[in-house]
Design a protein around this ligand. Structure first.
Ligand SMILES: [Zn+2]
Length: 158
């Protein structure tokens, strides 16, 4: 693994006070990313920014952060696509706090081919992603992954 690898990780935030799971991703140290969630929450309380999807969790002051997968990859976009798989998992099998699944829309300045976790190289243009998500290759991958994640979580009991 060389130094150009994007050191991605996927994490969840949960609280016994709130139903559901927040799924995020970062290439920072997890502690740094959590501090950022805290800062966003405080700025929102001061009226200096809008409410983020982790807001209610931060507000409890009683939450647990877990790194659920290390995902070294090429860039932010690849990490977001993988994050989307986990969000899809929680959305379907449990309760997902995030309002959006990440990675279903990239800005135009990412106008370059991106490798989907399913292995397909997808051009990042217009509606290409929404079409890609309906392909057999992607749907097969998604279903396999959701089953695999389910089994894995059952084994480690988180
Ligand atoms: Zn795919």
């Amino acid at each position: 693994m060389n130094d150009d690898t994007y050191k991605g990780k996927i994490y969840t935030i949960t609280s016994p006070d709130i139903e559901g799971t927040y799924v995020g991703s970062t290439h920072q140290e997890i502690d740094e990313r959590v501090k950022q969630h805290e800062r966003e929450y405080l700025l929102c309380k001061d009226g200096r920014r809008g409410k983020t999807m982790s807001h209610d969790l931060m507000e409890t002051g009683n939450y647990v952060v877990r790194v659920i997968e290390d995902y070294p990859c090429a860039n932010r976009q690849e990490l977001e696509l993988r994050e989307g798989i986990w969000q899809e998992y929680y959305r379907r099998r449990h309760v997902l706090i995030n309002k959006f699944i990440t990675g279903q829309k990239f800005r135009d300045d990412y106008n370059m081919p991106i490798q989907c976790p399913c292995g397909s190289i997808v051009k990042n243009r217009g509606k290409v992603w929404s079409r890609h998500y309906k392909t057999n290759r992607h749907l097969t991958y998604l279903n396999d992954e959701l089953t695999r994640i389910n089994d894995e979580l059952a084994n480690i009991n988180i």
